[in-house]
Design a protein around this ligand. Sequence first.
Ligand code: APR
Ligand code: ZN
Length: 253
Amino acid sequence: LFALLLYNNYMIDYKLIAKTIKESKYAVAFTGAGISVESGVPPFRGENGLWEKHGSQFAEISYFVKHPKESWGSLKKVFYDPITDVKPNKAHIVLANLEKMGIMRSIITQNIDNLHQDAGSKIVYELHGTAKYAVCMKCKSRYKINKDILDMNPPSCEKCGSVLKPDFVFFGEQLPALDFNSSIEDSQKSDLFIIIGTGGEVMPAAQIPHLAKRANAKIMEINPEPSSFTNYIVDIYVQEKAGIAFTEIEKYL
Ligand code: APR
Ligand code: ZN
């Protein structure tokens, strides 16, 4: 009944939601592309979804290795150009403030847009890496992505001349072990696990909320559409856009 009560938009009790967040001992957020939509970053699926528009072959590691030039051309158009000037929105900012208040212990994100860090969050586990850097496929030197690098096609390593790869996880690649293990650890320590803006369709990232549930965390979800989690593990479902929801929640923090 409690979840149902919050289900209808006009019935969302933000005072109660803020109280639940403030009373938590170890809150952890798990975010996906939806939290950055109000910052102007297109999601991967659903309305205006990148994969529907551009296909996803250029983001597969087997294709990138064989066709770095073509892949980098698509990556620039699909990822880098759209996120060049984006800024954190209210959802990223309130999560960073909750960390400063000692409430939000970590953010586990599937996003590569760095908006959590730009908003001031310090403990951010990037399950799918980051669009901020590129790494040499041979000597593993790391470069901050800038206009010069994006103007090369394909970008190559100053030290050994090999092709640079964006430092995010391509389809067919392993997740970064450190971030993944820390995410599992924190999800099992959490007593409040807030899922924000993700359809929960991509493994192994999408197994993490289930680990939090199994460790008896209260599961809150903020998403204008139900996800693969909503009817299975969510205790408090806030059917609203993240920026709008956190603008309301902030009033009661
Ligand atoms: N506020 C909150 N949620 C939103 C908003 C919004 N303003 N707008 C859309 N959403 C929700 C959608 O309802 C959907 O559930 O965000 C989710 C976007 O889903 P996806 O585009 O599939 O993004 P995500 O779940 O993060 O994808 C996971 O898949 O392609 C891989 O590596 C990629 O990290 C990505 C992973
Ligand atoms: Zn190199």
